[in-house]
Design a protein around this ligand. Structure first.
Ligand code: PMP
Length: 423
């Protein structure tokens, strides 16, 4: 269908001025002018249920977060070269809630910068260059992290210092086998092993739920990496801050104790604040030689956003809510999968779930059908997307205040959209 005049004009003007790398969601792109909780609103006042956006983790436009940002920016905004009690308070609180041994914090503006810094530190600490990442991982946009983001494809081809391993699906033995081969290759090439960089939700690999088998496989993976002289970097940009439940971090669920842990997206509920937590022993050699100053990172306004987000997360008990609501959502998805031939199966933990969309005839991942489904849900005012190796894992990752009513609305619309597909 043709776009309405207003939308068509915006799309044309945008294409004329924005760089060609930008992509819009949907055949019928959306423009939102307001958000609240789990809903986004168009100019016409139509409400869309947000089942996709994990950044506004404590809810769109949360009044406590917006007030904290407004108040601090009305008072003063400087940078990390002046003393700031609020930054120290926040670092103390955050570090106390992180996996054992992580006792220093570096602030950045984005997850990409956090991963970029983690790689620099790991290379510095180990004297090695090689990195292991999962086969469809995404770790960000800088030159260095784009090289360890196979999901980007294209010209950011992985360097010889990057080795791919399977995500820990099944019993995880394929991953461990890959890791042995990858480490041998890095040692043979002279790069050596600087780090395993691993998204503990395996988001771009299509999501892997924590389980005892995954935990065992990841422990063996970490052991192999450390035996080769490398460090473990947990990328908690997706799972961190309670998305997967009260454990707060994917690392905690997996029993991983990384030397370096990166975080971002939900940290400031949309304000750009991200960071790297690390062991002092790993950071110290780097810190002696390298000055790290990131202009906009860890400013008083950034800290106000992060602190307010943290307080809301805990005061509203959102990680516990995510665990309970997520379990019932998964039950609902499993039930849909038994009735709809296009839905092969679901997995999830907390408020992160994936539903695999397949061709009913062959059982193979079906990207065309997934795109139809995503657009059909948009027509039903439900926002969703897909990821995974074939872009066929429906990515279910709503703001954490997702209510019982939101769950039921989503399952009802998904049920109807899946029924339409079969026609
Ligand atoms: N790591 C992971 C696992 C991510 O999902 C992302 C963002 N999608 C990043 C890193 C990069 O974060 P940012 O976009 O804030 O640079």
């Amino acid at each position: 269908a043709a776009l309405d005049a207003h939308t068509g004009e915006l799309v044309d003007r945008r294409e004329a001025v924005l760089a060609p790398s930008y992509r819009l969601f949907y055949a019928q792109p959306l423009e939102f002018v307001r958000g609240a909780g789990t809903k986004l609103y168009t100019r016409d006042g139509d409400d869309y249920l947000d089942v996709y956006n994990n950044v506004p983790s404590v809810g769109h436009a949360h009044p406590r977060v917006t007030a904290a940002i407004a108040e601090q920016s009305a008072r003063v905004n400087t940078h990390t070269r002046y003393l700031d009690a609020s930054l120290i308070d926040y670092a103390e609180t955050l570090l106390a809630a992180l996996p054992a041994g992580l006792d220093t914090l570096s602030l950045t503006c984005t997850g990409s910068e956090a991963n970029d810094l983690a790689l620099r530190v790991a290379r510095h600490a180990t004297g090695n260059r090689g990195v292991l990442v999962t086969r469809h991982a995404y770790h960000g946009v800088t030159a260095a992290v784009a090289e360890v983001s196979p999901s980007l494809g294209g010209i950011d081809a992985l360097g010889a210092h990057v080795q791919l391993i399977a995500p820990p699906v099944g019993d995880g033995s394929a991953m461990v086998q890959d890791a042995r081969r990858a480490i041998d290759a890095l040692v043979a090439s002279g790069d050596g092993v600087a780090a395993l960089l691993i998204d503990t939700a395996f988001a771009s690999d299509g999501f892997v739920a924590p389980s005892p088998g995954v935990k065992t496989a990841l422990a063996e993976l970490a052991r192999l990496v450390r035996a080769a002289g490398g460090l473990v970097i947990a990328d908690e940009v997706q799972p961190g801050f309670g998305r997967l439940g009260p454990a707060l971090w994917g690392s905690a669920l997996h029993g991983l104790e990384p030397e370096l842990l990166t975080m971002g997206k939900p940290m400031g509920n949309g304000y750009p604040v991200a960071g790297l937590a690390a062991r002092r022993s790993v950071m110290e050699p780097f810190g002696r030689e390298v000055r790290y100053f990131n202009t906009f990172a860890g400013t008083p306004v950034a800290v106000a956003a992060a602190r307010a987000t943290w307080e809301v997360l805990h005061d509203e008990q959102l990680p516990a809510h995510a665990e309970i609501l997520g379990a019932s959502l998964l039950t609902g998805l499993d039930e849909l999968a038994t009735r709809h031939p296009h839905a092969a199966g679901a997995r999830g933990r907390g408020l992160y779930a994936a539903l695999d969309i397949v061709d009913p005839e062959t059982g193979a991942p079906d990207e065309t059908t997934t795109i139809r489904l995503v657009n059909a849900l948009r027509a039903r005012r439900v926002l969703i997307s897909a990821s995974g190796p074939h872009n066929t894992a429906l990515k279910i990752r709503p703001p954490l205040p997702f209510s019982v009513g939101d769950r039921d609305r989503f399952l009802t619309e998904l049920d109807a959209a899946l029924t339409e597909l079969a026609r």
